[in-house]
Structure formats: C-alpha cells, structure tokens
Design a protein around this ligand. Structure first.
Ligand code: HPA
Length: 274
C-alpha cells in the first residue's frame, strides 16, 4: 500500500505527543540478538507499534514490537525493539514506514543490524560484518508508488547508502574496543525459507559476503530521505551449502544471543562517537 504524507505526519504527531520535547537523533533498528540493547536505554519511553497509527506489528521470534525512546551512549535515540520483515506478510512500504516517521521526528542517522548467513568462506560464524553496500534483486522497491518529494527525489542516488564517514567511525570503534570487524556486501533474500546452496553460490558470484532477510528496504528509504546509515551484520551461521549441516533458527538465535554483548558494545561505542 502507498502511504500518504498525511499518514506519516499522523504517526509522527502521535509519537511526538508521547515524547514531549524529546527529539530522537538516531534511529536504531535491532535484529536478532540485540533486542536487549533497548533495555540499556536511560529514561525510556516505550511505545508499542500498535499505538502508532498506520504502523504494522512485528511477529518475528525474539522481536518485541515497540519503540524505546531515550538516551543511549549520550545520544537521543529511538530504538526499534523488533523490526518488521516482508516475510511476515508486510510490504516493503510497511517495513520501511517507521524510518520516514522517525525522519519527520528529526532523526538524522540510522544504525541497522541484522543476523545473516556468511557467504564469504573466509568468514566464520560469530563474525560481525560492517555493511559496505547491498544487493537487492528480489521484489519491487520500497520507493515504488507516487514519490513523496518532501522525503527525497524520484530517482535517488544509491552510491553511498552506508555513509562512508560512519563506516570510518565503526572501524575506529571496533579497533578501540578490540572487536574484529569484517566488511562486505549484504544481499537481501525475501525468506522466510533460508537460501538454497545454489542461491548462496549465486550470491557469492554476484559479490555478496552475507545473505539475510532484512535491512535493505529500511536502508533504501533512509538514504532516500537523506539519513546517514550505518549497518552491521552478525554472521550467525555459514550460509547454506558452505558446511554439511542444515540451518536451524535455534542455531541462529543461539549464536545471536552469544554475540549479543560484543555486538551491543560495538553499537554503543559507535553511537558515542556519532
Ligand atoms: N540466511 C538468511 N537469513 C539469515 C541466515 C541465513 O543463512 N542466518 C540468519 N539469518
């Protein structure tokens, strides 16, 4: 469904009423394993997605489905504790809806994280990858439909979706915290089924380093409306066909939980330097 400017504004107004004079500067969209970071937000104001007009609910496992507004690492943040995915039946416009709402509330930057399968065979399960670029060949664009000029142009440039200056911040932060950081290209697959080994070979041939089911719609919409974007992937497993063993969501959640503290420290460290 195509949302109108009025709908985005209604959502922003409803949230602003809850927030008083608090203005979020950074939007954090947290994938599997990092939901706990929202619990570290100081003076939290929690708003369930169900209370935001026009916004869809999050149904994925381990995804709570609320905004948490407050201070984290000294920054005014809006944390999405649980994101929306297209495999839940939502459209790309639904999934990226909150990005535009937060832009209207004044957010200038977005940090987005996800769990994914490592396609690059020099990576290991548990590695954190700084997203340098993405590939999205599946489905239409979240920008399809009438263009809302208030947000950005009809044909936006996608040369630097993942802001180079923020990537530098991530490298510096990882170094300071002695957290090893891979870098690479994230390829979007719609899911909810994991990829086949042949699809993973295709992704590798195209230049992808990790495959996952999220992040890209939000990143496109954020770049379109002029937000800076920083993206991290937690490689919870080697992608299908790299190893003999089948993939399981229990394994993914377990790996995500295990890496949670290290991943959280990296995100908080980056936030402090923004
Ligand atoms: N593929 C897609 N999404 C994922 C994976 C994967 O291998 N692991 C965690 N999320």
């Amino acid at each position: 469904m195509d949302y109108t400017m009025e709908q985005y504004q209604q959502s922003a107004q409803a949230l602003q009423q809850r927030l008083g004079d608090f203005r979020p500067r950074v939007l954090l969209i947290l994938g599997s394993g990092l939901g706990a970071l929202a619990d570290a937000v100081e003076n939290p104001i929690c708003v369930p997605y169900a209370e935001v007009p026009h916004m869809k609910r999050s149904t994925a496992p381990d995804h709570k489905g609320q905004f948490v507004f407050g201070k984290l690492s000294g920054q005014n943040v809006a944390v999405m504790q649980g994101r929306l995915h297209t495999y839940e039946g939502w459209s790309f416009q639904d999934v990226s809806y909150p990005v535009r709402v937060l832009r209207l509330l004044g957010a200038e930057a977005m940090i987005v994280t996800n769990a994914a399968g490592a396609v690059n065979t020099s990576f290991s399960a548990g590695d954190i990858m700084l997203i340098t670029d993405h590939i999205k060949l599946f489905g239409v664009s979240p920008l399809c439909g009438p263009n809302l000029e208030e947000f950005g142009p009809r044909f936006p440039d996608m040369s630097h979706v993942y802001t180079p200056a923020l990537r530098d911040v991530a490298r510096q932060t990882a170094k300071a915290l002695e957290i090893s950081l891979r870098e690479g290209v994230y390829m979007y697959f719609p899911g909810p089924q994991y990829e086949t080994p042949a699809e993973v070979r295709l992704a590798r041939t195209l230049g992808a380093d990790a495959v996952g089911m999220s992040t890209v719609p939000e990143a496109i919409v954020a770049a379109h409306c002029g937000m800076q974007v920083l993206g991290f992937t937690l490689c919870t497993n080697m992608a299908a066909g790299v190893l003999e063993s089948p993939l399981s969501s229990d394994e993914v959640l377990e790996a995500a939980a295990q890496a949670g503290p290290r991943f959280g420290a990296l995100v908080k460290g980056c936030l402090a330097r923004l």
